[in-house]
Design a protein around this ligand. Structure first.
Ligand code: ZN
Length: 178
């Protein structure tokens, strides 16, 4: 009995770590922040609770995990061998929800940018540059330099380490930006 409770608790904690504090998301947040962008995190008042919200650009950004959100033609979007019906339904549900969220946001006048975790990890600087360009378009602000991948990976690793450590101490910590 006790074991069941602690198992639930544990998976709940793990889920909150996974969803809120992934390394790719830190890389993006840190990189864009250094490039001068300011944003809100996880605005629950918007459809789909976007990861980053840029009110000035009327744009939201989702950092999508390739596995859960089914990045097309991505080797991370594997299909588990067992429980295929379960996974097929789960994935279909996720993809459908993503499409509905995008439609709702666009209808409300928001631009939606999706950044994939594999791009952020393997092609960090180009992905940041592309995201920044999408954010600025159609305005013509002076672009800031893109921070180096090495630097961002270091920061992201440290942030995740600290955040995971803080989850171990208390169940929920309020999110803070940079
Ligand atoms: Zn991918």
């Amino acid at each position: 009995m006790t074991d069941t409770v602690s198992k639930e608790k544990r998976s709940e904690t793990m889920a909150s770590i996974r969803s809120a504090d992934t390394k790719p998301e830190w890389i993006l947040r840190c990189g864009l922040h250094r490039m001068g962008f300011r944003y809100r995190l996880r605005d629950k008042s918007l459809p789909g609770t976007p990861d980053l919200v840029f009110p000035k650009y009327r744009t939201v950004v989702f950092v999508h995990g390739c596995f859960w959100h089914r990045h097309e033609d991505c080797r991370r979007a594997t299909f588990p061998k067992s429980g295929q019906t379960f996974w097929a339904e789960k994935f279909a549900g996720n993809v459908e929800r993503d499409a509905r969220t995008r439609a709702e946001l666009e209808r409300a006048g928001w631009r939606v940018i999706v950044v994939w975790e594999c791009e952020l990890e393997s092609d960090t600087e180009a992905t940041l540059e592309r995201t920044a360009r999408s954010l600025r378009a159609p305005s013509d602000e002076e672009p800031s330099p893109v921070p180096s991948r090495r630097e961002l990976l270091d920061v992201a690793s440290e942030k995740v380490r600290l955040r995971v450590a803080s989850y171990k101490r208390v169940d929920k910590t309020p999110l803070s930006g940079f």
